[in-house]
Write a protein that binds this ligand. Structure first.
Ligand code: B12
Length: 234
């Protein structure tokens, strides 16, 4: 039988993830995620019943560290590499200390990945904002997410944050979009994708040295709806 994760162990896992470099972390059961809006709305994607729980991690991608989100070819982004490194250490620690097996959830849904925003909301990391992104209290939407699948049942119930950041906001996220993706009042991913495709065409070679990958590609995908959000700005 799989081991269980009680509240105390859940808190220890969150603390460990943060000590390894995650900005925020939380846990959620596979069942809660399967019942969340994105799986309920998707006809052709399923989340394996074998996945009992997720550890969801967020890494701050603030305005001072824009390079974290620059796409440098097959090697992805520096922010994602940092999340993978944190995950690798957390997996080792879980196995060694508690005998719990964890593995990375793929990024793309079609490859078996989880809807990360749903998982993050249910893990208590934030709420879905009018810009269609996960909004955290600490960093606004300026985070990137990664999840570990865990073969252990979480005993603590799912909780949702009592946080409504968009209610009294004049919504600069909506006017910031260069493609008017919020014209109807709701996010239109087709319009958004037009901008991301434009960004791909405009990619510049990354000439920086130092901590970044010295590659031939550097795509700076649009983040205007995130960067315009006032939540979490000091
Ligand atoms: C496919 C994809 C895209 C597509 C399409 C997105 C879409 N909405 O359809 C494109 C390429 C256009 C895109 C654009 C962007 N993306 Co994108 N994308 C993804 C990916 C791979 C899957 C998302 C998906 O298919 N969602 C399904 C669609 C139908 O749902 P949705 O629009 O997200 O809306 C659902 C939720 O809002 C949810 N929901 C609503 N209310 C509630 C309430 C509760 C309680 C719950 C539980 C859920 C919930 O239900 C909705 C319907 O299913 C994820 C990574 C992942 N594995 O999750 C990243 C991801 C969502 N993207 C991300 C980002 C940052 C972006 C961009 C800013 C581009 C960029 N610079 O990276 C833009 C932002 C656009 C925007 N304002 O939403 C981040 C979001 C971080 C955050 N703070 O939320 C993610 C998580 C990747 C990451 N590295 O962390 N993306």
């Amino acid at each position: 039988m799989s081991p269980g994760i009680d509240q105390k162990l859940g808190d220890l896992i969150v603390d460990k993830a943060v000590s390894l470099g995650a900005s925020l972390a939380g846990l959620v059961s596979g069942e809660s995620v399967r019942n969340a809006p994105s799986y309920q709305a998707s006809k052709d994607v399923y989340l394996s019943e074998d996945i009992q729980s997720f550890i969801v991690m967020a890494l701050e991608h603030g305005e001072k560290d824009l390079y974290l989100d620059w796409w440098d070819g097959n090697l992805g982004t520096e922010g994602n590499r940092q999340l993978i490194r944190i995950s690798r250490r957390l997996k080792k620690w879980l196995k060694k200390t508690y005998g719990i097996t964890a593995y990375d959830s793929p990024y793309f849904i079609q490859k078996g990945g989880v809807f990360l925003k749903d998982a993050a909301v249910l893990a208590g990391l934030g709420v879905i904002g009018k810009n269609n992104l996960l909004i955290t209290q600490q960093f606004g939407p300026r985070v990137r997410l990664h999840a570990l699948c865990v073969n252990a049942i979480i005993e603590q119930p799912t909780f949702l944050l009592d946080f409504s950041p968009c209610v009294h906001c004049h919504r600069p996220c909506m006017t910031a979009c260069p493609q008017n993706a919020f014209q109807s009042g709701k996010y239109d991913w087709r319009q958004c994708k037009l901008q991301l495709e434009k960004d791909e065409k405009d990619n510049t070679a990354l000439k920086n040295t130092g901590t970044m990958y010295y590659g031939s590609v550097c795509i700076k995908y649009c983040r205007k709806c995130e960067l315009a959000c006032p939540v979490g700005k000091t």
